[in-house]
Design a protein around this ligand. Structure first.
Ligand SMILES: [Zn+2]
Length: 446
């Protein structure tokens, strides 16, 4: 593995520590986040550069920095980093989640992997490119955004909608890539080139009110809702064996018969059932449009049979699946209970997005990965959650989840730190990611 520049590594670590301590906790409410604090930290770090600011509502501030490149033919690169973090359960942490402590070569705290590590590395890379004795080859924009953790309404989504010319670019690079792992056929790195869509629905289950003392034969909406939840949990639309899953399946530590079964829509369910749940969860999500009933509201009083229960269902769609397809799937899942339910208009909906993995930028990512981790092959993978990349992909900009990490944490361990307890990042990974952005801006292809 290539060593990172210790000076830049130290700068990124220090900036990360400050950003963790700023505790820009986004709980989904408009008044939370307070990203104005991390925006101020970015302003201080990039003092002297050209900066623009966006603050659609008070406290939710984003910052854009631009460094002009030397080559007018080079693509413009947008480095996209969010500055908010999700809440913590502090009692479950071994260290203070907002202490930003450096302990045994790791920076601890909420955001250390999602994604203040990358946001701070982008800021340091941009400062380096702007202040060294020669400009980068490509023009580089760095957008430090609020509100990614609640869907980007007050951050990337708002900016894409209201200030598109400012952030227009040829490529976007953001989170969820660059973690090395040893697959069944050698060292690999994932770089994200696609993500699933979101199709959240609210289902209202109807019944007839009555007295709780006479439940026999009652039309109880809660009992109907319980059966609906069970049907949604059991529902499996037909698997889609896409190119992302084919590439992923080749790396899995399973026997050949299991691998073959996973690649066949008729046998994938049985194969998943026999696998380690750590492996099968992602394999299932990346091949299916999924339905997870996650919130139930309803009932008013212990002695009253409820006539209305609301169910919030987290639906994640595969590429090519439309809102109309989701309606069909819901009808199929509910079966003869479909007419007991009204489905409200989608709460949040956006289609899955995919960027080609044969672009010059993706090639560059492949080259850098193989240079840092000798021989490593890059797997273009599909994120099953959502990121701000979607706002750019849906406007036709190839967008990749990138980064460059050391092998210190396994891919599984690393994934568990996203929104998990004891989130932390090693210094080597901070340095390698900082160097990656610099190398991409210079168009370095060994
Ligand atoms: Zn994130």
């Amino acid at each position: 593995m290539t060593e990172a520049d210790p000076q830049l590594t130290g700068e990124t670590a220090e900036l990360l520590q400050v950003m963790i301590r700023n505790a820009c906790i986004n709980d989904g409410t408009p008044a939370s986040g307070g990203e104005v604090r991390n925006a101020g930290t970015v302003d201080d770090a990039l003092d002297g550069l050209h900066l623009d600011h966006y603050e659609p509502i008070s406290g939710r501030r984003s910052v854009l920095a631009t460094v002009e490149g030397s080559d007018p033919d080079a693509p413009t690169i947008l480095l996209l980093g969010h500055t908010d973090v999700v809440p913590v359960s502090p009692d479950d942490w071994r260290e203070d989640p907002f202490g930003g402590e450096l302990i045994d070569g790791e920076v601890w705290g909420r955001g250390a992997v999602d994604m203040l590590n990358l946001t701070s590395s982008m800021a340091v890379a941009v400062r380096h490119l702007a202040t060294r004795d020669h400009p980068p080859r490509a023009t580089v924009k760095f957008l430090a955004v609020a509100d990614e953790e609640a869907g980007g309404t007050w951050g990337a989504g708002w900016i894409a909608e209201n200030a598109w010319d400012d952030v227009a670019c040829d490529y976007v690079l953001t989170e969820r890539g660059g973690v090395p792992f040893d697959g069944a056929d050698g060292r690999k790195l994932v770089m994200a080139s696609a993500e699933k869509g979101i199709g959240w629905r609210k289902l209202v289950v109807h019944g007839t009110p009555g007295h709780g003392s006479m439940p026999y034969g009652a039309d109880n909406a809660l009992i109907t809702a319980a059966e609906i939840v069970r049907r949604l949990a059991a529902y499996q639309p037909r698997a889609q064996i896409n190119e992302h899953f084919r590439a992923w399946a080749a790396t899995l530590p399973v026997d050949d018969a299991t691998r073959a079964a996973l690649l066949d829509p008729d046998t994938i369910q049985a194969a998943l059932a026999g696998m380690d749940p750590h492996l099968s969860q992602y394999c299932h999500a990346v091949t299916h449009t999924t339905f997870s009933p996650n919130v139930a509201h309803g009932g008013t009083k212990t002695n009253t049979i409820p006539d209305r229960i609301e169910l919030d269902v987290d639906i994640r769609t595969l590429p090519g699946v439309t809102d109309a397809d989701v309606e069909v799937m819901l009808t199929e899942a509910l079966g003869d209970l479909a007419d007991r339910v009204s489905i409200e208009d989608p709460v949040t909906t956006r289609a899955a997005t995919t960027s080609p993995s044969d672009t010059p930028m993706f090639d560059l990512l492949r080259h850098r990965a193989a240079a840092v981790h000798p021989g490593a092959e890059v797997i273009p993978w599909m994120i099953v959650g959502g990121t701000d990349a979607a706002f750019f992909r849906e406007r036709g900009i190839p967008s990749y989840g990138a980064g460059m990490f050391s092998p210190k944490a396994s891919l599984q361990e690393f994934a568990s730190r996203f929104h998990g307890h004891n989130e932390r990042i090693d210094l080597d990974s901070l340095g390698l990611s900082t160097q990656l952005w610099i190398d991409l801006a210079d168009g370095i292809s060994p």
